[in-house]
Write a protein that binds this ligand. Sequence first.
Ligand SMILES: [Zn+2]
Ligand SMILES: [Zn+2]
Length: 273
Amino acid sequence: MELEFWGVRGTFPLTGKPASAFGGNTPCAAVTSSQGDILIVDAGTGIHALGNKLAAEHEAAPLRLSLLLTHFHLDHVQGLPFFGPLFLPNTEISFYSAADPEETRAHLERLMGHPFFPMPFEQTPAKKTFKKAGAQGIMIGAILVSACPLNHPQGSVAYRLEEENSAVVFATDTEPAAGSLDERLAGFAKKASCLVYDAMFTPEEYVAGKQGWGHSTWLDGTKLAKASDSSRLLLSHFNYEHSDRVIRGFERLSQRVFPDSECAREGLRLKLA
Ligand SMILES: [Zn+2]
Ligand SMILES: [Zn+2]
């Protein structure tokens, strides 16, 4: 299994110098199985560049993709109307979310509906199917995918993607209950090779008024990584108000508590053995 990040900012994209090291696109990551199955987690603005790469690589060959949506907040879907493969007739995209399939379809139709986008979602050439992801794992090609509900306004889910002995867990929009650990999530992330976790706020910002916003801190990430016995922590979903310098600062702090931690960045590729 291979993991590549295409967007690591939360809420709103960031451009220019403050985002030059970690990147300014909103959440998107691609996981490729040893058999070549392509699973995409979230359709933030980072999915635009991923789409261009996939379209160029496949050109005339059919392209089969699975897109796992953690939830429908704009930062996680706003890149979808600009995802090239959606406009290719020889492409099949399976959309997964924790919602019922018809609800997922309706949300995406609304996202690209009149007068917000010139081509309605339902008229895009790619063949589209809609499926529900839940606690009970489902096989998508060679990858076992399961979902776990998170504490986030209007709901969100974590995804666990497993192939053979490796597992990556994405938990990017979540807030632990006041001062305590999310035990359910710690169980879900048990022995993950790689835990991708929400680092939207600094611990100082969190206590100074960000409780209840549905997000976490790098410190929460280190606690969850320890409790779940994860091998590696990748902090992500960075605040668009945090420059690269701020992110580097808390990367150093998190490494003191959990040495195998780092901040995700666009273009970061990892082989999960
Ligand atoms: Zn978000
Ligand atoms: Zn959200």
